[in-house]
Design a binder for this molecule. Structure first.
Ligand SMILES: [Zn+2]
Length: 350
């Protein structure tokens, strides 16, 4: 019988001004000794200082580490800081970079980690997957989920609006990711988990339902995005991989990263990828486009800040990004002619 082990976050707190809850959670986790706190050096500084102060009041020794990027080298530096400070816990206060390096370093050092996101731009805030850059380009690895997640909606709501739009795109991407997973299961006999797939899909459906609230920037809309991203993190924990949350639309986004095209955020690229992959999958790509348009997310190459040629190049190389991940793009990918047609029909290029 196949053994399937699931590792899930233990405490999840979402709401306004919940940062002080960190001490209660750490008491319940019986954290002792030293703690390493990883953060960025921009707008995440203030919440990081608040957390540092609260934890220090518990009598724990907090060391700070400023992560300027999410590279393998920074992960190694965090590991060194963990060893030197003899930390028993790693915390991350920040957006993508701090959470990714803290997640990966803590996993390597076999220590628990607490995720305190300051924006809701991608589903890594609660997932077991860490994305870092190496000399060979960006890559994602299975690390560990946070043992606790504290999402302060006041702080997240105060982040630039673009972050929330990116988070929305990353959730909408689950429509095509789940279809690709089903395809790989039917064509390749790949493991498919109904629970994980349903959870990822439900996140996309709930955000679609609440899209007007998200578009108006209401608290309930921000909540919907955060909870959607957390549910996606759980879906990956349950599946034991990023499969329910990352399909051909993510391969397209990663292909854009690889050719260094534009400065769009991860979820913005995934959103545009979802429109096009949904067309290839024979699904309702117009609805996907409508949802993204409502929230003000990019739906064209121009809005992503890339040229038409770069978009087509990314489409043509997407299947090579992660060959073992079978998607609607198949083994051979899409031809340049078909890519131009696809982009024109879906209005991604004019
Ligand atoms: Zn993603």
């Amino acid at each position: 019988m196949h053994i399937h082990a699931i590792n899930l976050p233990r405490f999840v707190v979402v709401g306004p001004n919940v940062l002080p809850n960190v001490t209660d959670i750490m008491t319940r986790l019986n954290v002792k000794g030293n703690v390493l706190l990883v953060s960025g050096d921009s707008y995440t500084k203030a919440p990081a200082e608040q957390v540092e102060e609260s934890v220090a009041k518990m009598g724990l020794d907090v060391r700070r580490f400023i992560a300027k990027d999410a590279t393998e080298q920074t992960v190694a530096e965090v590991e060194r800081a963990v060893c030197e400070s003899k930390s028993s816990m790693v915390m991350a206060v920040g957006g993508g970079k701090s959470i990714d390096v803290a997640k990966m370093a803590s996993n390597k050092q076999r220590l628990p980690f607490i995720s305190i996101p300051t924006s809701a731009s991608h589903d890594g805030i609660a997932s077991p997957i860490a994305s870092v850059k190496s000399a060979g380009g960006p890559f994602s690895v299975m690390a560990q989920p946070p043992i606790a997640l504290i999402a302060d909606t006041e702080i997240i709501g105060g982040a630039p609006r673009r972050f929330l739009i990116s988070g929305c795109g990353d959730i909408i991407a689950k429509y095509t990711a789940v279809r690709d997973w089903g395809l790989a299961h039917r064509l390749r006999g790949e493991y498919y988990g109904e629970y994980a797939a349903s959870l990822a899909l439900m996140s996309a459906e709930l955000v679609t339902e609440d899209i007007d609230l998200v578009a108006r920037g209401l608290d309930v809309g921000i909540h919907a995005i955060i909870e959607g991203l957390i549910s996606c993190g759980y879906a990956m924990c349950i599946a034991g991989s990023s499969r329910p949350c990352s399909g051909s639309e993510h391969l397209f986004a990663h292909a854009l990263d690889k050719i260094g095209a534009g400065r769009a955020m991860h979820g913005e690229k995934c959103g545009v990828g979802t429109i096009m992959m949904m067309y290839l999958q024979g699904g309702d790509w117009k609805s996907v486009k409508e949802v993204l348009t409502k929230v003000g997310a990019p739906t064209t190459a121009k809005q992503l800040g890339i040229t038409d040629q770069q978009l087509v190049d990314a489409l043509c190389m997407a299947h090579t990004i992660r060959p073992e991940r079978y998607t609607v793009l198949g083994e051979k990918g899409i031809s340049p002619e078909a890519a131009w047609d696809l982009a024109r029909i879906t209005g991604v290029i004019c």
